[in-house]
Write a protein that binds this ligand. Structure first.
Ligand SMILES: [Zn+2]
Length: 445
């Protein structure tokens, strides 16, 4: 903004956003009503990234790729520090074209309107297009951004999707998986230490903004998660000859039903006591991979008391201590119920991501000011979903300080996401991109 508090940038145009989407709609499109599939480190993900790179280069920006294949787009010139934005181009299978891509397109346009304004910058502007934010292909979330900062464990390289290992997929797109194998960041420490701030724009993936008539959401915190498989073993017995009751039956299916109801009662109590957490049992006996690793699982039958089964248990919250405390309470509930039913239980934790309790306060203020300057309706809200911004906010620079990170949400149609029906209009995205541009400029002059 100028001295009288008026915007200096031309707003990002909705028709330019539409233009990018016309091209993006063709990449990884599974057909009418079937959504998109741009898997991590796939040809489709790379093609979508190259589309952004080509548009950036044509408009006079610079580009390069880091060691594992994340794309970097920058304003020209040498700068000691940089203001960054970033999001991802991969999708879940059958997902939409806005989760991730919206933030990348907005980031590109934000750089372009600042570049076109001719305003002299003290800091450069940079867009990172991260690989593999979604966990649905290789079973690992935010692999690209975590690899950039050396925060990705080497064990994920053996993860397989559609017959291809993650290491092989990375190599197939020109990246070098040895960086991950060695725990070496895919960007140099000097580049990491030059990041002055990072902002990510994303679709909300919820209904708060649309229902409230808001143009923009300023994100206050990001929920992390703990995920486990709860594997249960009872005894297969004849369904007709075995009398009813715990003394006779070690019935896994019945125990699972009780566990689910008791876990629901438990979280209701904890939410009533003020905890900000959510819990989901997303899978019951229906994950192909777990089915194959659980001995006896396919011995379940209509005429038997069930002897084997499992479910997933996910807990999410912004405060890692609240999440961990609840996970322990839930474990107690699960173990007590198992004991009552005479069955054994194995808890197998396969993923944990600490939530971000507070995104940077001054960036939240800046984003709010940018909304006011443009006369936009905005509100502050937590993010229920995980984002690459959460990874960046956990990075420690060489000066031992964390990178300040902010996020803004734009509304999406009925809050739908990870679905072919996912949609945000070019106008809504242009508004978000304009606020992103104003905020990045504010940090760079
Ligand atoms: Zn996303």
């Amino acid at each position: 903004m100028n001295k009288s508090g008026e915007p200096v940038l031309t707003p990002v145009s909705a028709s330019i956003i539409s233009g990018h989407y016309e091209a993006l709609d063709k990449i990884g499109n599974l057909g009418p009503g079937r959504g998109f599939l741009r898997a991590a480190w796939s040809d489709e993900e790379s093609a979508a990234m190259r589309l952004i790179e080509d548009a950036a280069l044509a408009a006079g920006l610079n580009s390069r790729w880091d060691a594992v294949g994340n794309l970097i787009v920058e304003t020209p010139g040498e700068f000691p520090t940089w203001v960054e934005t970033g999001s991802h181009m991969d999708t879940v299978p059958g997902g939409g074209n806005y989760d991730g891509a919206a933030g990348v397109v907005a980031g590109l346009q934000a750089l372009l309107v600042v570049h076109a304004s001719g305003v002299a910058l003290k800091r450069g502007l940079r867009l990172r297009v991260w690989r593999c934010e979604e966990s649905s292909t290789f079973g690992v979330v935010s692999a690209g951004s975590r690899a950039a900062f050396g925060l990705l464990g080497s064990e994920v390289l053996g993860n397989v999707w559609q017959g291809t290992s993650l290491a092989h997929a990375i190599r197939g797109q020109g990246g070098d998986p040895r960086y991950i194998a060695d725990g070496r960041p895919s960007i140099p420490a000097s580049e990491r230490d030059g990041i002055a701030a990072c902002l990510e724009m994303h679709i909300e993936q919820g209904r708060v903004l649309e229902a409230g008539g808001f143009d923009i959401g300023v994100v206050s915190s990001i929920r992390g998660s703990v995920r486990r498989w709860v594997k249960l073993k009872g005894a297969f017995d004849h369904s007709g000859a075995t009398p009813m009751g715990h003394a006779w039956r070690k019935d896994v299916n019945l125990a699972m039903a009780y566990m689910q109801v008791r876990l629901d009662e438990l979280i209701r109590r904890e939410i009533g006591a003020g905890k900000d957490i959510v819990q989901t049992i997303g899978v019951v006996n229906s994950n192909r991979h777990v089915n194959e690793t659980l001995p006896g699982f396919y011995d379940n039958a209509v005429a038997k008391v069930s002897g084997s089964g499992y479910f997933s248990h996910e807990v999410r919250g912004c405060r890692a201590d609240e999440v961990r405390e609840f996970v322990e309470q839930a474990e107690q509930t699960i173990r007590q119920t198992a004991e009552e039913f005479g069955i054994t239980v194995v808890l197998d934790e396969f993923s944990q991501l600490a939530g971000i309790e507070h995104l940077d306060d001054s960036l939240q203020t800046l984003l709010g000011d940018c909304c006011r300057m443009r006369g936009l309706r905005h509100t502050t809200l937590p993010s229920g979903a995980w984002h690459d911004a959460a990874v960046v906010s956990q990075v420690q620079r060489g000066d031992r300080r964390k990178i300040p990170v902010g996020m803004l949400f734009v509304p999406c149609h009925q809050g739908v996401s990870h679905s072919p029906a996912e949609y945000a209009s070019p106008e809504q995205l242009a508004v978000g991109a304009t606020v992103l541009a104003d905020a990045m400029l504010g940090l760079a002059v």
